[in-house]
Ligand binder design. Sequence first.
Ligand code: AMP
Length: 279
Amino acid sequence: MNQNPTLIDSPEQLRAMVKVQRGKDHKIALVPTMGALHEGHLALVRQARSLAQTVIVSIFVNPTQFAPNEDFSRYPRTLDRDTELLAGLADVIYVPAVDAMYPKGFATKIVLEGPALGLESDFRPHFFSGVAIVVSKLFLQSGADYALFGEKDYQQLKVVTRLAADLDIPIQIVPGETVRESDGLALSSRNRYLSPDERAIAPVIHQSLVQAAADIRTGTEPGIATERASKAISAAGLRVDYVAARHAEDLSAPTPGVPLRLLAAAWIGGTRLIDNVPV
Ligand code: AMP
């Protein structure tokens, strides 16, 4: 691996590079990101390195997963810093232009069911079809053997895993554990939007989920535990989109005895944060 990753900005160049690496019998791992990298992303990149000899990090702020009223234009873009952070960790930084990903005339959509239903989709109905298109393109462009996704975006991880299986894309989706600040707040590129006061209350999301998981383990009914968590998050001054218990594997509505995952989304001022915990 070179100390400095190679910057690639077109699908053709990416394919050519992958062909060369394959010729050396390299396994290829892809870490899709929107940049503004933090330790959560870097943990995925290190995990990718443990699986494959060639590690590609894509940085693409994907317009199709943002609604017109969302933060696409103000989403942090920090390519120089991201490049520094990836030195010695990644072989390739893939930064395709929007026109290269969505050329004039682009007219394909992916309709999702199963794990994509509810939760995020109730509040961001466009989101997963945008994610599905962009990750499908990245999988096919890179021909990677592995793609790493964080559990921080748990519903996304499940949707992408289902998508790759359903479309017979020969790639293994590998989950990475959520990296947190010492007070429990999940690292997120959006944390930088928080004012000091907002940052101080943000850990309440994780704390309330952990409490709800503990309550469920000691016999509280999941619906009651998530309702309490929702009230605790609201009481701290956040606006809750959802706090929900779901089947941990397919995200269906829980029935007694199934493994559970608790998922939440809430607004602190103008910033929307998501988190989840196992039970
Ligand atoms: P993003 O740049 O926010 O689209 O995230 C790119 C990838 O990094 C996704 O697979 C995320 O789930 C993952 N990720 C983001 N934050 C974290 C975190 N705190 N811990 C682990 N993975 C993360």
